[in-house]
Design a protein around this ligand. Structure first.
Ligand SMILES: [Zn+2]
Length: 328
């Protein structure tokens, strides 16, 4: 029974018909996913490249300690499945990049930001414009969050707002924390925007930037406009630069490495497990393999071809370990 004022049966049906892509199942993505699932969005596509660590659990509220070591997208989907089995969960254990962004996001009705870098957000922003999918942006660090909703064709885009800002290497998760309560507030606002978009109502953060500071508990709003010279949304279809043809290796906040192949693969995990079984210790899981090497590093290999490599000292060693498994 629906009792909320200004929320009809038809609105609920629109929500049930919606597919939401949540990019990043970390600090922002976790509380967003819980709300989206509880509200009953029809399909949730969960995109994350990482695995669950003990240190995540204080703010990444979609996980518990039994999920440690599992790919975040998979762990989130199975926990949400228990909460609301009516929702369809689609997992993409990949790092969103230039080569795969369009494939990963196409078919979604809206995109929610759960990312932690400008690098990835720029790719997401361009893909949202190319695919004409609304993008609810949120970024949070320490006690401070920024939010806005970008609708291709109706508003400016992330690039109009941030220009050529880049990631501050000293201001990432490894050096600076983020308040769990701030994440919860920012995620709730993102999901509110998602509800408005899905039900055909005007989102409140169109052409507006909202800032949240929970240190002094202030909520501020600033009008923002589309930049006529924006290199991204002022062209018809922004070009997403092509990925290099070598797998991309990134150090994650945990100190582990994420390896992303140049294109999205669909691996036959059974035959890989069989092929490498004589050389490595392999545990077959539903949509991934856990692989222990004799020399020390361990690898979580996802069905889409990406991997998280643990216990290596450099990106080169991570790539070498990945290629050793893929080419064995
Ligand atoms: Zn723009």
């Amino acid at each position: 029974m629906l009792v909320l004022k200004d929320f009809s049966e038809e609105n609920m049906e629109s929500i049930i018909r919606s597919t939401v892509s949540v990019v990043g199942a970390g600090g922002l993505g976790s509380p967003s996913l819980r709300l989206l699932s509880a509200i009953g969005f029809g399909k949730l596509r969960i995109i994350d490249r990482d695995i669950v660590e003990l240190s995540n659990i204080q703010r990444q509220t979609v996980f518990d300690t039994s999920d440690i070591g599992l790919p975040k997208a998979e762990a989130a989907a199975s926990n949400l499945e228990r909460m609301n089995p009516e929702v369809e969960y689609e997992t993409v254990s990949l790092s969103l990049d230039e080569g795969n962004a369009i494939d990963i996001l196409k078919g979604s009705d809206l995109i929610l930001d759960g990312l932690d870098s400008f690098h990835s957000r720029r790719i997401l922003n361009k893909a949202s414009i190319t695919l004409k999918i609304p993008y609810v942006f949120a970024g949070a660090i320490e006690y401070y969050a920024n939010l806005s909703t970008f609708i291709p064709g109706r508003t400016g885009c992330l690039e109009c707002l941030v220009g050529d800002a880049t990631d501050d290497p000293d201001n990432t998760c490894a050096q600076v924390g983020v308040s769990p309560t701030l994440l919860s507030i920012a995620a709730s606002i993102e999901v509110r925007e998602a509800v408005l978009l899905a039900t055909g109502k005007e989102p409140k953060l169109m052409n507006r930037l909202m800032t949240v500071d929970i240190d002094d508990l202030s909520f501020d709003f600033f009008d923002i406009t589309k930049s006529e010279t924006c290199p991204t949304c002022s062209v018809l279809t922004p070009e997403i630069p092509k990925a290099t043809n070598k797998p991309r290796v990134i150090m994650l906040c945990s100190g582990n490495y994420s390896v992303t192949p140049t294109e999205m693969l669909t691996l036959d995990l059974d035959s890989i497990a069989e092929r490498i079984g004589s050389r490595f210790t392999v545990t077959r899981r539903k949509r991934f393999l856990q692989i222990e090497t004799e020399s020390g590093p361990s690898v979580t290999l996802m069905r889409r071809g990406s991997a998280v490599v643990k216990d290596v000292k450099s990106p080169e060693e991570a790539l070498e370990t990945y290629l050793e498994i893929m080419n064995y």
